[in-house]
Design a binder for this molecule. Structure first.
Ligand SMILES: *Cc1c(COP(=O)(O)O)cnc(C)c1O
Length: 389
């Protein structure tokens, strides 16, 4: 089973980001992990191999990524997948028909869609609740509850879940706390320190950071759970190709350099937006006006580059989305370049209209992923996009 090199956990974050999980390649000493483009491995003799048999099960490039991100989250085991959704789907295969999962109501649209439109048909039962309030999580508990799944900060409303409180609810029920750490990344938030049992990411976003691949990864520290997830990874087979694993691994080397800049730019853009459209309509946990700012300060060491703002109407949203020049109108987030999107018709279109409305993902909501450009260019871009609004 892919396990972190023990020594890797001793180093500080930036050193781990660059080195963890990677050792010079044995043939020539190449410092960069090769892209192992192979489907199979030649065996020495019947029943004798080098620990590698077939590449769905194991690939050295993928293993380097798994070890690297596990080290960043501070745990022993990592399992990479072909997408964030493939990762969540594989995690859910730990459960069986009749099991009950409490899920935060504001999660990525694709996560809701997977649970509501596919996994519910296999007998998994879901309760979607407002995870800002731990009591709601507690009230949703049944004697079949096996997991509590939260995304914090959430996509796109930037709602927070108190991870310690959620872990307490889960553990009292004998259930697992599963955390989507895509928005904060391990640089700003360490869910295992707050009681999480499984953490996962869409590596497509900040971990890769360059918008050039799709991937997911799950991290955990419990050996028997890790064994089960490894079995699922190989048996169900939603694995990433080696080149995508290599791209994600190249991305994590600069995570500790990129995140402070995303954060600095996010703060400036959020402050500008709060002044223009009002604090009440600007969702960014780093703003003192955010209703959960105190929790954000306690639980996170930075707030990142995601900012959401409610402009009131679709026409006003369209005005801004149609005029930006540095921000690109596109789905996704977490890359070095700034993106802007319309959750109601893009990332969260798969959520039924009435449900979206109750959540607050209205037609006037736009989501900004602040990249690492010069912030004055971002602010000037917004300034010109706002003209005539
Ligand atoms: C994008 C995203 C996902 C899904 O990941 P893919 O790599 O697109 O499959 C899951 N959770 C969050 C928070 C995301 O932003």
């Amino acid at each position: 089973m892919t396990q972190v090199y023990p020594h890797d956990l001793d180093a500080r974050f930036g050193t781990r980001a660059i080195h963890a999980g990677q050792r010079p390649e044995p043939l020539a000493g190449a410092i960069m992990t090769p892209v192992y483009l192979t489907s199979t491995y030649v065996q020495d003799a019947l029943g004798e191999n080098k620990g590698y048999e077939y590449a769905r099960g194991k690939n050295p490039t993928r293993e380097a990524l798994e070890r690297n991100v596990a080290a960043l989250e501070g745990v022993r085991f990592g399992f990479a997948f072909s997408s964030g959704m493939g990762c969540i789907d594989s995690i859910m295969k730990l459960f069986r028909g009749g099991d009950h999962i409490i899920c935060a109501e504001n999660v990525y649209g694709g996560t809701f869609r997977l649970f509501d439109r596919i996994l519910a048909h296999y007998g998994l039962r879901f309760s979607f609740v407002d995870a800002r309030d731990a009591q709601r999580l507690e009230d949703a508990r049944t004697d079949r509850t096996v997991a509590v799944l939260v995304e914090t900060p959430s996509n796109p409303l930037m709602r927070l879940t108190d991870l310690r409180a959620a872990a307490d609810v889960a553990h009292r029920a004998g259930a697992l706390l599963i955390v989507d750490n895509t928005f904060a990344t391990p640089f700003f938030q360490q869910p295992f320190a707050h009681g999480a049992d499984i953490v996962y990411h869409s590596t497509t976003k900040y971990l890769n950071g360059h918008s050039d691949m799709i991937g997911g990864i799950a991290l955990l520290d419990d050996p028997s759970l890790a064994e089960r997830l490894q079995f699922i990874q190989n048996a169900a087979g939603a694995v990433p190709g080696p080149f995508d694993a290599w791209l994600a691994l190249r991305g994590t080397k600069t995570l500790h350099l990129r995140m402070p800049r995303h954060d600095a730019n996010g703060r400036r853009v959020a402050a500008w937006l709060a002044e223009r459209v009002g604090e009440r309509c600007t969702y960014y946990p780093g703003l003192p006006s955010h209703p959960q700012h105190a929790l954000a300060v306690r639980q996170m060491s930075g707030f990142g580059g995601m900012v959401t703002v409610d402009l009131g109407t679709r026409a006003r949203a369209a005005h801004v989305l149609g005029r930006v020049r540095v921000f690109a109108l596109a789905e996704s987030l977490g890359g070095v370049e700034s993106l802007i999107s319309h959750p109601a018709s893009m990332t969260h279109a798969s959520i039924p209209d009435d449900r979206r409305a109750t959540l607050g993902i209205t037609e006037g909501v736009i989501r900004l992923s602040c990249g690492v450009e010069d912030v004055d260019d971002l602010l000037e871009d917004l300034e010109q996009a706002w003209e005539g609004l």
